[in-house]
Design a protein around this ligand. Structure first.
Ligand code: SF4
Ligand code: SF4
Ligand code: SF4
Length: 349
């Protein structure tokens, strides 16, 4: 190719670019553009590059904060959704436990009634997906999160406390055993046929809670249950997930059933920042991630640790596969909701 031919080719290319730029700056003249042509592609590319540029403007610290806020927002929306749609799921599941042991004690045939089905459904879901139900969908757990958040707000605004008061975590491993004792007492009472006579005093706080969430306020005769619920609320104010960690008999059931290994988050300890304990500090149930890891029935599957990790170092197969932190939560929530609808646990269906 001669020098003149090269100069002509360069001039032609420059003219084409100028014409394309002119068309882009005059969108009203851009009519009948066939789908998928180069002009449309360049628009999409332009939009993508603008998005990337906007993203690039955020510093890494800002991106981490944004990611944390997005995770927290999604969790709150999912929790609110299940609080409104399935407030009685936890009570139905626990009624299944009582029903089984009462039937066994009475020597009658086990029936697959709605409570037993709810228990089986929630247990299978927990085996496959971990304690997602506790972390995101249980109304009592959500209520506990709300009380603890309000308590923090009051301490900050009224008492000018910089750090929210919370019971020291050194007591947690011991107090977490109490719920197994409560479960054992209830099972023994059911097995001995004494549960109903004991329950005539209406001591049961979760029944009171389920009446309130169902907007049924016929609570006369439930004085003991109301007093216990108030004490539990006081506990929720000074310890995150107080009831879940220490007292919940259904939590005890979930803690002892096995979970499939792919239900757990994984932590790449070798990739951790030096002296970072952010995941452990944020864990609402004081799991010692550095030593115990996730293979712990106490993990309520809230994913707060994964949301706060500055290195995105806590992950799971579905998060890696979808390259997304939010989509797996939404998929799990959708599966749980469909299961709840099938089991008749959804309020408006
Ligand atoms: S531990 Fe009990 S109260 Fe807490 S979220 Fe799980 S089922 Fe609900
Ligand atoms: S280990 Fe993580 S997912 Fe499990 S309870 Fe703690 S913060 Fe939630
Ligand atoms: S927050 Fe992340 S980087 Fe920090 S210790 Fe936990 S897993 Fe490691």
């Amino acid at each position: 190719m001669t020098r003149t031919e090269i100069e002509n080719a360069v001039r032609e290319a420059a003219e084409k670019n100028t014409a394309a730029a002119k068309r882009m700056s005059e969108p009203e003249k851009n009519v009948n553009v066939p789908a998928g042509n180069k002009f449309e592609q360049s628009g999409a590319e332009l939009e993508q590059s603008v998005t990337e540029a906007v993203k690039k403007k955020l510093t890494p610290a800002q991106q981490k904060i944004r990611r944390r806020r997005q995770n927290a927002l999604v969790r709150n929306i999912v929790q609110l959704f299940f609080f409104l749609m399935m407030p009685g799921a936890f009570v139905a599941g626990f009624s299944g436990v009582k029903s089984i042991f009462q039937k066994v004690a009475a020597g009658s045939v086990l029936e697959l009634d709605s409570f037993v089905k709810a228990l089986i459904g929630l247990c299978i879901f927990t085996i496959v997906f971990g304690r997602f139900f506790c972390g995101f969908a249980c109304a009592f757990g959500t209520f506990g999160d709300f009380v603890y958040w309000i308590s923090g707000l009051i301490q900050k605004k009224l008492f000018r406390r910089k750090k929210q008061f919370s019971l020291p975590e050194k007591f947690s491993p011991w107090l977490q055993k109490v719920k197994f004792l409560i479960l054992a007492l209830i099972v023994v009472a059911c097995a001995l046929g004494a549960y109903d006579s004991f329950n005539q005093y209406n001591w049961n706080p979760w029944s009171v809670f389920s009446f309130i969430t169902a907007l049924r306020f016929e609570l006369s005769g439930y004085t003991i249950g109301i007093v216990i619920l108030i004490l539990i609320i006081a506990g929720m104010a000074v310890k995150e997930r107080f009831f879940c960690q220490f007292l919940c008999p259904m939590g005890a059931v979930f803690a002892i059933i096995p979970q499939l290994p792919f239900a757990w988050l994984q932590r790449d300890a070798e990739n951790c920042l030096k002296n970072c304990r952010a995941c452990q500090t944020t864990c609402p149930v004081d799991i010692k991630l550095e030593t115990d890891g996730f293979r712990n029935g106490e993990c309520i599957g809230c994913e707060k640790c994964a949301g706060i990790c500055p290195k995105g170092n806590l992950t799971r197969w579905d998060r890696m596969l979808l390259k997304n932190e939010i989509l797996p939560v939404i998929i799990r929530a959708a599966i749980l909701f469909l299961l709840g609808a099938y089991l008749g646990l959804c309020r408006f269906l």
